[in-house]
Every structure is written in C-alpha cells, then in structure tokens.
Write a protein that binds this ligand. Structure first.
Ligand SMILES: N[C@@H](CCC(=O)N[C@@H](CS)C(=O)NCC(=O)O)C(=O)O
Length: 197
C-alpha cells in the first residue's frame, strides 16, 4: 500500500490511521508547495491519494473508510449495524464537508492567495460559519473524551485535522474549551506524533 503524503495536509489523517491500525505502508513524499498545488505530484491530481493492489483513490474520508473496511480488523469504527454507526458516519463526513467548507475559504485566501483583505465580507461570513460549525461540534461532544461513546475512532482523526486548521487560523479559540481539550487529547496520541514524520 502506498500513500502520497505531505506534512500538514489531509494526508496526515490517513497516515495517522495506518499507524493506529499498524498497517504496513510506504510513503511517496510530495514536496511542500507554498501555493497549495500538491495535486500535480499525485496520480489523481489531489492529495492524499492511496494505491492498494491496483486500486487508486483520493478523498481522505473515502480512503479512511476503505482502509477500515479492508485492513481495519474491526478496529477504530463501530461495525455496520452498531447503534452508533450512523453517528460515526456523520462525524466522518462533517469534518470534511460542513466544518471544512467555510474554513477552506479562510485558508485559501489567508494562506495561499494572501488576498483576504480584499474580501472582508466573505472572510467574516466564512469565519462566522466556521464558528457555528465548531459550536455545534462542541455541544455534541459534550463531556465525552471522544466523539462516540464507542471510544476513540477514525472520526476523531478526521475531525482533528480540521480542528488543527481552525486553531491555526485563530477560529478555534478559548471560546471552545471542550474542543481545545479534545484536540489536546488527540495530539497526545503517539500515532498522531508519528504521523507528522
Ligand atoms: N476533500 C478532499 C480535499 C483534498 C485536497 O484539497 N487536498 C489538498 C491538500 S490538503 C490538495 O490536494 N490541494 C492541491 C490541489 O487541490 O491541487 C480530501 O478530503 O481529500
């Protein structure tokens, strides 16, 4: 199995999962690109990309679900039919769709295009929508250590990457004490550290 990987990108999600599951893999390191155009160095023009026995796929969430099904050995996800399976899928997708969408606008104009000052209304709206997404996540997390009563799962890995980006952009601030504690808990996992290279 080969993972196209670059530090501080969504490929960290996949590598973290592979390490948690102890799945053997190799990395094809994609060089840092200050303009965020990592895709040119992968077979599908996006990052991450996974190659496994002739299969080539992109989309971090899809890659994670594929790895869990094929190589997960029943770990890090409630099985199909489990009471919390729907909630697991909800958070797997929430991290990259609802929560990342407005955050991605902030990131793109702040870090890559560096023209956020030209679009103050768009930036304010993206910030407000990201905060609303974080508020929902914080309320649903409640007093739990992880998103599911099941315990630590791949949904936490999906979510952690988005929260790291939200914290770096200053949207995940001290107004979200539970999410900050949750992220600190996730960052303390040895596999998280190992996944950074
Ligand atoms: N929804 C996709 C997003 C993939 C994505 O945009 N990845 C970035 C790196 S984190 C990328 O490849 N950017 C370069 C490009 O779009 O050419 C996923 O979860 O994998």
């Amino acid at each position: 199995m080969k993972l196209y990987f670059a530090p501080r990108t969504r490929s960290v999600r996949v590598r973290w999962l592979l390490i948690e599951l102890d799945v053997p893999h190799t990395l094809e390191i994609v060089p840092f690109d200050p303009n965020g155009m990592y895709g040119q160095a992968t077979p599908l023009g996006k990052l991450p990309v996974l190659e496994d026995e002739g299969l080539v796929i992109c989309e971090s969430g899809a890659i994670m679900e594929y790895i869990l099904e094929r190589h997960g050995g029943g770990k890090l996800a409630p099985p199909i039919g489990h009471r919390e399976r729907g909630t697991f899928l909800q958070w797997m997708h929430y991290a990259e769709s609802t929560l990342y969408s407005p955050l991605g606008i902030l990131i793109w104009h702040t870090l890559y295009r560096r023209n956020a000052d030209r679009f103050p209304e768009v930036m304010a709206d993206a910030r407000a929508r990201t905060r609303a997404g974080l508020k929902f996540l914080e309320s649903q997390l409640g007093e739990r250590s992880y998103l599911l009563d099941y315990g630590f799962s791949a949904a936490d890995i999906m979510t952690a990457f988005t929260l790291l980006a939200a914290r770096a952009l200053g949207v995940l601030d001290s107004g979200f004490p539970r999410l900050n504690d949750y992220l600190t808990r996730l960052e303390a996992r040895p596999a998280f550290t190992a996944a950074q290279i």
